[in-house]
Design a protein around this ligand. Structure first.
Ligand SMILES: Cc1ncc(COP(=O)(O)O)c(C=O)c1O
Length: 371
């Protein structure tokens, strides 16, 4: 398999564990083991203490799949295949696609959402947002991208990196367009439930369309990326079964401790998500003030959902040059838009972490000193 370098992951690999401050992370503040275990019910604690560290079921622990299904109003445990989130993208693309298929994918975005299709030999059309309209993805633009051989539409809302979430009617129109085409829909919903207004939370595509596959997991919204636990939800059990057979060649099954810890988290999802949302609200206030204070440096479209946004910088150099200088001078890592292969004028800011106000203050002081 030949596949291009994952630019964003390489940039993180360079700095994530060596620099002092991260200002681009997409995952919310992580919970500790003890915080999670404190929330657990007697039943889950018993499962944790008695857990044997053997292989686990390919689809995931039955208790876990039942807990996951509770997040959806119409899906059942059998509609859930647990995966490592990034593995889910790999499994779905390799199950559905063959060379010569055409796909449409939101862009800029998380690179594997289109790069895996590219590596299979598919033709890819990018569905791009309008920055001057608040990063809106226009439904008419999507319509224009479809071809007779379009097999799959890939959408990611709340969107990484812009934080855009379409209005409900647009989302229904999107699904209707994919349905009329007879295509599959891959809906990456990794940032679901982090919308700034709860009313902006979209339904899961997997509940609306029987050829839709929704990816969700514990990495972003729950702040538990270290569990490496996510799932693909779909009414289409035949494709889930094919994915599970491909999983024999990737991870075979999930990690036993992660599965039980995941049950604890999902059973307490209201509390965990509420606390992440509150942190995001607090941090967004700081970011708003920062953007007002440094208007000559930064302009942004406020995100509608997720833990990240994609502001434009007014600087003489490229964003890559700026970010490399910033990390050397201050220890702050920011992601330049070059890693999204999207020009050199934007950066991704992540506002899900507890130390966000402090790091933003260091950036603010740095910018003042440059004047
Ligand atoms: C949109 C999107 N999908 C999938 C993933 C993969 O999640 P994980 O890193 O937990 O495998 C990410 C991670 O950044 C993401 O942003």
């Amino acid at each position: 398999m030949k596949i291009a370098t994952f630019e964003l992951e390489r940039y993180f690999a360079k700095y994530e564990f060596s620099t002092k401050y991260l200002l681009s992370s997409s995952d919310c503040e992580s919970l500790s083991m003890s915080e999670l275990i404190e929330m657990a019910s007697q039943e889950t604690l018993k499962a944790w203490q008695e857990l044997k560290l053997g292989y686990t079921e390919i689809y995931g622990h039955p208790l876990l799949r039942e807990s996951i299904a509770e997040i959806y109003s119409s899906l059942k445990a059998e509609n859930i295949l647990t995966v490592v989130p990034s593995e889910g993208i790999f499994l779905l693309m390799n199950t559905l696609l063959k060379p010569g298929d055409h796909i449409v994918c939101t862009f800029p975005g998380y690179q594997s959402l289109y790069e895996i299709a590219q590596s299979i030999g598919c033709d890819i059309s990018f569905w791009q947002p309008q920055e001057e309209q608040g990063w809106k993805f226009c439904i008419n633009d999507l319509r224009k991208k479809l071809q007779t051989n379009t097999k799959l539409v890939v959408a990611n809302f709340p969107h990484n990196p812009t934080g855009y979430v379409p209005p409900l009617q647009d989302f229904h129109d999107l699904i209707d367009i994919v349905y009329q085409q007879g295509a599959y829909l891959f809906s990456d919903e990794m940032y679901r439930f982090l919308e700034t207004e709860e009313t902006s939370t979209l339904p899961s595509a997997s509940e609306i369309y029987d050829k839709a596959f929704s990816l969700f997991g514990l990495s972003k919204t729950f702040g538990l990326p270290g569990l490496r636990l996510g799932w693909m939800a779909s009414q289409n059990n035949a494709i889930l079964e094919k994915m599970s057979q491909l999983k024999d060649y990737t991870t075979i099954c999930g990690s036993a401790p992660s599965e039980i810890l995941a049950v604890m988290a999902i059973k307490n999802r209201q509390q965990i998500i509420e606390s992440q949302r509150q942190r995001i609200q607090r941090n967004l206030k700081h970011l708003n003030e920062f953007c007002q204070k440094h208007q000559d440096f930064i302009t942004w479209n406020k995100p509608i959902g997720g833990s990240i946004c994609f502001p434009r910088l007014s600087i003489a150099e490229t964003t890559l040059q700026f970010c490399e200088k910033l990390v050397t001078d201050t220890g702050i890592m920011l992601l330049p838009s070059e890693v999204f292969n999207f020009g050199n004028k934007h950066v991704r800011i992540g506002f899900g972490r507890e130390n966000f106000p402090q790091v933003l203050q260091i950036l603010s002081d740095y910018l003042e000193k440059q004047k």
